[in-house]
Ligand binder design. Structure first.
Ligand SMILES: Nc1ncnc2c1ncn2[C@@H]1O[C@H](COP(=O)(O)OP(=O)(O)OP(=O)(O)O)[C@@H](O)[C@H]1O
Ligand SMILES: [Mg+2]
Length: 237
């Protein structure tokens, strides 16, 4: 299957650049460290599993890569840029697609298409700017990629768990990310929906070549990662 033009233009060709580098990173939330002297490297173009038990710090690693949590020690680089300042952190956030661990039910009615459009927030579409025709076209194309074209006009609250995860994936992809971070995307799905989502993510990774990091508890969903990073007690193996 050929890649849609808008995404082909923006994806990263695999080369030796690291997509994410943590060097001797320590971090926490004020009550003792959650990560201590953690170093890891994720190469561009790979599909990487970040595994570990509850509380190991998997979500914390994603938050650091997104610049949402500043480490107390060590260095972080994402997409070739060191995250030293607030400007650096804003720069990477615009280039990362993020699928959070929990898809909170929407508090207001919103269509699936508009929820995906929100993924463009901060790109061409922002405060006091109307979404452009290109934004809308991109949303349609992205919904097609995740097999949700037919559901564009549906209320987001009326989706099944699996459909809601795919809508969240579309929202993350709508910002044309160079790095896709997914936090336990299969957790609340039944086995069939888990298998469908894993296959979709693996197919999109092969098709679009976006460096993808998936946090997951284990291999029960049948992931075939290029590489696995195991996080235990704040360290990686
Ligand atoms: N906002 C926060 N404030 C205080 N402590 C936090 C916060 N977020 C996480 N922690 C603590 O940091 C540690 C690591 O949390 P984190 O969410 O990174 O783990 P995880 O590996 O993603 O776990 P899970 O598999 O349960 O999602 C835990 O002990 C948790 O209680
Ligand atoms: Mg987590």
């Amino acid at each position: 299957m050929s890649s849609p033009a808008f995404l082909t233009d923006l994806t990263v060709t695999p080369h030796n650049e690291d997509a994410v580098t943590l060097d001797g990173v320590s971090a926490g939330y004020g009550e003792g460290p959650v990560l201590t002297d953690l170093s890891l490297r994720i190469h561009c173009g790979k599909l990487v599993g970040l595994l570990g038990p509850n509380g190991a710090g998997k979500t914390t690693v994603l938050r650091i890569a997104m610049g949402l949590l500043v480490p107390t020690a060590g260095q972080v680089a994402v997409l070739g840029r060191r995250l030293d300042s607030a400007t650096d952190r804003s720069w990477v956030r615009l280039r990362i697609g993020y699928v959070p661990q929990v898809q909170a039910p929407p508090a207001l009615p919103i269509t699936v298409a508009d929820s995906v459009l929100l993924g463009r927030w901060g790109c061409s579409f922002r405060f006091l700017r109307r979404p452009s025709r290109e934004d809308r076209a991109l949303v349609r194309e992205t919904l097609g990629l995740v097999g949700m074209g037919e559901l564009a006009a549906r209320d987001l609250a009326a989706l099944s768990g699996g459909q809601r995860q795919r809508a969240a994936l579309a929202r993350a992809l709508a910002r044309r990310p160079r790095l896709l971070l997914m936090d336990e995307p299969t957790t609340y799905l039944d086995q069939e929906a888990q298998r469908d989502l894993v296959q979709l993510i693996e197919r999109l990774h092969a098709q679009l070549n976006i460096t993808t990091v998936v946090v997951t508890h284990g291999r029960e969903a049948g992931w075939r990662f290029d590489r696995e990073i195991h996080l235990t007690n704040g360290g990686a193996a």
